[in-house]
Design a protein around this ligand. Structure first.
Ligand code: BJ8
Length: 423
């Protein structure tokens, strides 16, 4: 990697801490990803992206800013990238998946806060993330209580925090709330960028994001094959890169990879032997570099064939209808698309478990591992009914609660191995 110290300094990054982060990340990537066998050639692009994750991509973002484009960061899949692209902005997913800066985070937050929120604070307080530091606006959302209240404390730490209200029920009123919030968000984006959203610019934004999601749907489908043509770890990595790469280049790279994977399926080639135990992981999102659980699963004689998660199918499976002829009609289509997202903050939330069942069937999975981050009430509470419903359909389910530390790795491995024997 080239020397980006000057750029990082200009963004206010703590160089010493950041160097330690990159060294740790590089080592973890080598151990977890590069050590896998029979990886598809197309993963080279994603290896390159990861090797330059705080380098070349940040340089692109800094260059975009210099051209006057606005950088909008967010922590939730309810923030529509389409709208950001429609004002020629750059949309970046900011969730963090490492146990860094937790001491500083715990000085502001209760210890029993989920790792995702602590990591969001840790990266900011430790001046560790050039994505966060590049943002002109950071968008928060009122989803779970943890995030909702944490944004109140987060506000003074960042340049411009914009909080979006979100509904909690899939009712007509809920849909109206979402649409109004998106309308307010458009006003914020237009003010920030000095650009007006037009039918053409919005349609273009929708087309770019639809193409990106279509490529992910194609990737999800190819994983139905046995032997699995790609590991769950690599598929998760692609889902993670989805949030910060250039969208057009990303789409191209996923489609190229899918060409190769479809050929692999025809040739009956895979990453694990045919007949390897197949599992779906369902639950909380896994942000970079949270690779702990997939790594344990895939080194315990099983392969992950799908993720029911916001860093997975929950974030990618619906497309936006492009037929509208006015901004209002396109906004309706965007609202309809996002209103499908079955996050556990919604009550009731029956479509999520139906989707897990569909995934098990389509992807020929043998069981489901339900993953909750400790202290995440929505997903932990929902995991009970989800397990009951799946077991009723004779789908073996294992419920796990964990965090970003490595302390429970041995215990998780024992439980996962025992579960795999049941399958
Ligand atoms: S749409 S899943 S990205 S809110 S793990 S912070 S829920 S306590 S992340 Fe999410 Fe949007 Fe929903 Fe998806 Fe709270 Fe749970 Fe922590 Fe969580």
């Amino acid at each position: 990697m080239a020397d980006y110290t000057k750029m990082w300094k200009s963004l206010g990054i703590d160089i010493e801490n950041h160097n330690a982060l990159l060294a740790g990340l590089g080592q973890a990537y080598t151990d977890i990803f590069l050590s896998q066998k029979n990886r598809p050639e197309g993963m080279k692009y994603f290896d390159f992206v990861m090797s330059e994750v705080h380098g070349l991509r940040i340089k692109e973002i800094v260059d975009a800013k210099a051209e006057g484009r606005k950088v909008i960061g967010s922590y939730c899949v309810f923030v529509p990238e389409e709208l950001v692209l429609a004002v020629d902005g750059v949309a970046i997913g900011l969730c963090a998946g490492a146990e860094l800066g937790f001491e500083a985070a715990e000085a502001l937050l209760p210890r029993n806060t989920c790792s995702l929120i602590k990591s969001m604070f840790g990266f900011k307080l430790g001046k560790l993330c050039p994505y966060v530091e590049s943002c002109d606006v950071i968008v928060g959302e009122n989803t779970c209580d943890g995030k909702k209240k944490a944004y109140e404390i987060f506000r003074p730490l960042v340049k411009d925090l914009y909080v979006m209200d979100l509904p909690q029920t899939k009712s007509e009123t809920g849909r109206m709330v979402l649409k109004e919030e998106y309308r307010k968000f458009i006003a914020k984006l237009e003010k920030e960028s000095g650009k007006k959203i037009t039918v053409q610019s919005l349609r273009k934004g929708i087309e770019i994001v639809n193409a990106k999601r279509k490529a992910m749907i194609r990737l999800a489908a190819v994983r139905a094959a046995d032997p699995a043509p790609i590991s769950g770890l690599d598929a998760l990595l692609i889902n993670q890169v989805f949030f910060h790469d250039d969208p057009v280049r990303f789409t191209d790279s996923v489609n190229k990879l899918c060409d190769e994977l479809e050929q692999r399926v025809k040739d009956h080639k895979g990453v694990f032997p045919k007949g390897t135990t197949r599992v779906i992981v369902s639950g909380c999102p896994m942000a970079v570099p949270n690779w702990k659980l997939p790594m344990i699963i895939e080194t315990s004689n099983a392969v992950i064939v799908g993720e029911e998660s916001c860093v997975g199918e929950r974030g990618t499976r619906w497309l936006t209808d492009i037929k509208g002829n006015t901004v209002e009609e396109l906004l309706d289509a965007i609202t309809d698309r996002y209103f499908n997202v079955d996050c556990a903050v919604f009550t009731p939330n029956p479509s999520r478990v139906s989707h897990v069942k569909d995934m098990v069937k389509k992807l020929h999975a043998d069981g489901v591992i339900h993953y909750s981050l400790q202290f995440c009430q929505p997903y932990i509470i929902e995991s009970g009914p989800v397990e009951k419903e799946l077991e009723k359909s004779h789908i073996p389910t294992l419920r796990l609660e964990t965090d970003y530390s490595q302390e429970d790795a041995g215990q998780l491995k024992t439980r996962i191995e025992a579960f795999n024997e049941r399958l």
